[in-house]
Design a protein around this ligand. Structure first.
Ligand code: CA
Ligand code: CA
Ligand code: CA
Length: 170
């Protein structure tokens, strides 16, 4: 029945969750790297355009009247707003510093949002781990989480994690 673990229990898998967190950070870094290497035409997209989320982000950004369709008028209109936003000194031109600094502001905001989310998740993980809610993570509580994690990985329950186990999330 361990596959039917509720989300809360999965979150309690301390190191495993930490691993997932690390993965999230790595993903963000690679997204930033990807964004940096994108062509000029693509950089107008929302920075956080992880695969799968990019379509939703596209509609969120460009579907101004929210009808589930993006007309070229909506698209180009939003692009023009983006151009005006970048033109910080309002001279009708986007200079290199204006272009880069607009990106920097968006990037910093994204990183701050990410940081806030990760810290909130760490706070939440602690409340899940601290079973008796005394504000301290005892070694027993920490080991309880470790046992659940090991059990989830040792799918054939032989006390060893190896190739014979087919857990998908490490
Ligand atoms: Ca300007
Ligand atoms: Ca405790
Ligand atoms: Ca095993």
């Amino acid at each position: 029945m361990k596959y039917a673990m509720p989300a809360l229990a999965i979150l309690a898998l301390g190191p495993l969750t930490a691993c997932t967190t690390q993965e999230a950070i790595t993903t963000t870094e690679s997204e930033i790297a990807t964004t940096t290497s994108e062509t000029a035409e693509q950089t107008d997209r929302p920075i956080s355009s992880a695969r799968g989320h990019s379509k939703a982000a596209f509609f969120d950004k460009y579907d101004i009247n929210g009808d589930g369709k993006v007309s070229e008028v909506e698209f180009m209109g939003e692009r023009e707003d983006g151009y005006r936003r970048r033109d910080a000194n309002g001279d009708g031109q986007v200079h290199a510093e204006e272009y880069v600094s607009e990106y920097e502001v968006r990037l910093l905001k994204q990183m701050e949002d990410q940081r806030t989310r990760q810290i909130d998740q760490a706070d939440f993980r602690f409340t899940v781990l601290d079973k008796n809610e005394d504000g301290n993570l005892s070694l027993d509580e920490f080991h309880a989480s470790g046992s659940r994690m090991f059990s989830a990985l040792d799918t054939n329950e032989d006390g060893i994690v190896d190739e014979l186990d087919d857990a998908e999330n490490y």
